[in-house]
Design a binder for this molecule. Sequence first.
Ligand SMILES: [Fe+2]
Ligand SMILES: [Fe+2]
Length: 221
Amino acid sequence: MKHDALLDKLSEFLMVEQCGWQLYRVVGSRATNPELVERYRHFEQETSRHRSILIGLIETLGGDPDYVSPTARVAQAKCEALLQSTLVAGPLSEDELQASDLENVVLAETKDHADWELLGQLAERLPKGKTRSAIEAAVAEVGPQEDEHVQWAQAKLTELDLQAVMTKSPPDPARLDRRVIEPELAIKAVHAAPMDRRNLLDAAKLPPAEPTPASRTAASG
Ligand SMILES: [Fe+2]
Ligand SMILES: [Fe+2]
């Protein structure tokens, strides 16, 4: 196994968890469906725990959790694009907004699930030892939660979209006249940024237009 390649992947997976955590904070802050509110809050807590587990795993394997690998930078760019899409909310009806936010959760959780699936399959192929044991312990806790995240999100999105198509009256056409951008959205407080051992770096408090340290590095590299 290529140890450095694994550490690069773990850096990427940590960024994906960071993205998921930020996304849950945004969509959770404006969800109105009680089931969505409860699930988003629960999954946000579990996703925060996944970040801590990955940080511990990186440290156990001799890596630096503050290192941002090239693929983690790309993951961050994708994350920022996903979060930016949540700003294009003005013309959406209430039901459309809930479904759009849930669709972003499906996208984020599909990648998140794939990451942990990879770690599980990797562990099966490794010889017995410290690396295998550390990955197995992480997957044992996180894997079942990732199954639940993506399965629930996909099923709920199908349910909401079916409801919208089959039973709801058409959204008000006047909604198309409303603003596309909502600058006051809470996204400013949870802008994508790398984090230190436990908390968001100061860059996380910058407005969305400001590049984060990781994206600045990517632009100049
Ligand atoms: Fe996760
Ligand atoms: Fe997840």
